[in-house]
Design a binder for this molecule. Sequence first.
Ligand SMILES: Nc1ncnc2c1ncn2[C@@H]1O[C@H](COP(=O)(O)OP(=O)(O)O)[C@@H](O)[C@H]1O
Ligand SMILES: N[C@@H](CC(=O)OP(=O)(O)O)C(=O)O
Length: 449
Amino acid sequence: MKIVKFGGSSVANAAQISKIIDIVTGDVDRRIVVVSAPGKRNSSDIKVTDLLIALANTVLAGNDYEAELSTVVGRYAEIQRDLNLSEDVVDVIEADLRGRIENRGSSDAQFMDSMKASGEDNNAKVIAEAFTKAGFPAEYVNPGPAGMLLSDEFGNAEVLPESFEKLATLKQSDKIQIFPGFFGETKNGEVATFPRGGSDITGAILAAAVNADVYENFTDVDSVCAMDPRVIDNPPAIDCMTYREMRELSYAGFGVFHDEAIVPAVRAQIPICIKNTNNPSAPGTMVVPQRSPDERTVVGISSAPGFCSIYIDKYMMNREVGFGRRLLSILEEEGVSFEHTPSGIDNISVIMASANLSKKEETVVNRIKSELKPDAVTVEHGLSLVMVVGEGMQYTPGLAAKATGAFSSAGVNLEMINQGASEISMMFAVKDADREKALRALGSEFFGV
Ligand SMILES: Nc1ncnc2c1ncn2[C@@H]1O[C@H](COP(=O)(O)OP(=O)(O)O)[C@@H](O)[C@H]1O
Ligand SMILES: N[C@@H](CC(=O)OP(=O)(O)O)C(=O)O
């Protein structure tokens, strides 16, 4: 059995939905189908999820929301009309959205999740109708009752372990199952969503639950590329990569697959195949437990902006037992997660997403000053992380020199290097303004692009 997930671009309009019907029904093993909310129909379009977030914010602000509501309903009405589905479908969607607005949940965060989740929920209902109308009996699956139980961290939920056993029963159905991605229910029966892009996570959970032969993730590119094709022209395609390569690259900017979707697939050892809805015969990219490291030492290079560094300097830090623990305890107590902690004899930096520090910055800095008595503490914002990733990197001498040489020739100033903590990656921090220049320099050095 295969779990098939279609991203927003694959279900953005009637023409795309017709393609997914062909793809699913062209292979008897494709029985469980995860769908996103309608995505962008062209580069200047707006995803339905973003329309829903704007609508929810208008509702929360107490302003008139009719125009925004009708824009969302209009996206489904276009699909209904072009697929010649019953007009009732649109009325049901409008009533559903009004119901969500009128019966707000326990908090604003829960209301926001309910609105966001409606994007996939209503699309799954429309798509189930579309399959059935095309002569392929299909049924919509409601994630909560089906067993998709999530933590109550609204907007950032995680699957609960008990979900898997109940979700496994989905494979018994003889109809094609259309399962909305991105959300589930808390133990209190409230809708909660995964982080943005989380339909990939739904697909991976279902693949693990039913012990699928493969998790096929359909998007709008023929394969994962060694670099972000929105920044670098014609980067090489990756035909095969490991789970941990994918996780590191996704975490730092490869938008094509969600980094948290790797975890359920790894636990159940389900291979992932990233494929193109617009060119389904292309082989795509396989993501597997292991690959031969000699095939390609560096498999990909990714980058993400929006990081900051807290730099702490104190003579004899090396002699002060517990310094690192006390520093990290401050972050823990303030609820701030971090990414890297490169350190020297008398100094240590903690790198994190600026969004994680945001409102806590003053408190954290004041606590570091008063509790750790450093000689200096500074916070630098506007950093981008650049990750060079590949199995076997630790056994290949000269890669750091190659990267730093490329930066130096391109005039990119390196703010920080972290090498060796991960067996399969090197991390560089550069100023946001230098990010594209840094990527071009590495692209030319490692891939000749
Ligand atoms: N390394 C990469 N390889 C391929 N695509 C990438 C990469 N990094 C970013 N992308 C972008 O990811 C997009 C697909 O992801 P996404 O927009 O989430 O698709 P979907 O609508 O299918 O969920 C591609 O169109 C591409 O622009
Ligand atoms: N629609 C949600 C979830 C998702 O995964 O979407 P997509 O498959 O279009 O990335 C979002 O935009 O975050």
